[in-house]
Design a protein around this ligand. Structure first.
Ligand code: CTP
Ligand code: MG
Length: 234
């Protein structure tokens, strides 16, 4: 079988602020989505890339990929949530795909080596693989208030056992499809794809992530991304 990449890019980017949908915002003059497609398509194992675009913006995404010489990349419309978008991307894969990497368009600068490491681990038989880094900050659990009031701390997990997870996350196709189908049926959710796989009781393993695979979420992340690009080009 072959390996495909699904790139969820249908989010609005609310935390980045008003303007163009996040995946279409430019870094170094090139849309974030184009960086993300190139970064994953470069990996040796990857045979096919499917981009999941905003439901009302697939024509624009198609045009933009063509402009950057990425005619071979397929585009499908996404959904309300990231989870819906990933499921729609999975549904669009041809039958001979047996391994899938899911990569956020919002992580445009992931190094090729990280993509290769995840793809290799899956091809070697791991059902679910996530790249992750140790956590720099101490993390507290709180009783959420949400109204700006002081929140009581309920615990401090041992930091040495925590990891911050990134993408691409890699899966045996059957495992991820089953997780998405079952979790959707039960009306539940998870904040990443590996979390859904954990819910169906399949083992997930962590491989080393990379600092440059950070997610562009808030305006400051754009400043960092531009600086990383400038350093690469120097
Ligand atoms: N995503 C998606 N479909 C959605 C929501 C998110 O495909 N309905 C994608 C985003 O385009 C992004 C990735 O999932 O590439 C990670 O999500 P996130 O960083 O949260 O992006 P947004 O949802 O766009 O940002 P925000 O949450 O700030 O609105
Ligand atoms: Mg989001």
């Amino acid at each position: 079988g072959r390996t495909a990449v699904v790139i969820p890019a249908a989010g609005r980017g609310v935390r980045l602020g008003p303007g163009t949908p996040k995946a279409l915002r430019e870094l170094g003059g090139v849309p974030m989505l184009v960086h993300a497609v190139r970064a994953t398509a470069r990996a040796r194992a990857v045979a096919l890339v499917v981009v999941v675009g905003p439901p009302d913006g697939t024509a624009e995404v198609r045009h933009l990929l063509d402009e950057h010489g990425l005619e071979a990349v397929e585009v499908v419309p996404g959904g309300e949530t990231r989870q819906d978008s990933v499921r729609l991307g999975l549904d669009a894969l041809p039958a001979d795909i047996d391994a899938v990497l899911v990569h956020d368009a919002a992580r445009p600068l992931v190094p090729a080596d990280t993509v290769d490491a995840v793809a290799t681990a899956v091809r070697e038989g791991a059902p679910a693989v996530v790249p992750a880094l140790p956590v720099a900050d101490t993390v507290k659990e709180v009783e959420p208030r949400g109204d700006g009031a002081a929140e009581p701390v309920t615990g401090t997990p041992d930091r040495s056992r925590l990891r911050a997870v990134q993408t691409p996350q890699g899966f045996a196709r059957k495992v991820l499809a089953e997780a998405h189908a079952r979790v959707a049926r039960e009306g539940e959710g998870a904040t990443d794809d590996a979390g859904m796989v954990e819910r169906i009781g399949v083992e997930v393993v962590v491989v080393p992530g990379h600092e440059e695979a950070f997610k562009v979420t808030r305006p400051l992340d754009l400043v960092l991304a531009e600086a990383v690009l400038a350093r690469r080009r120097a």
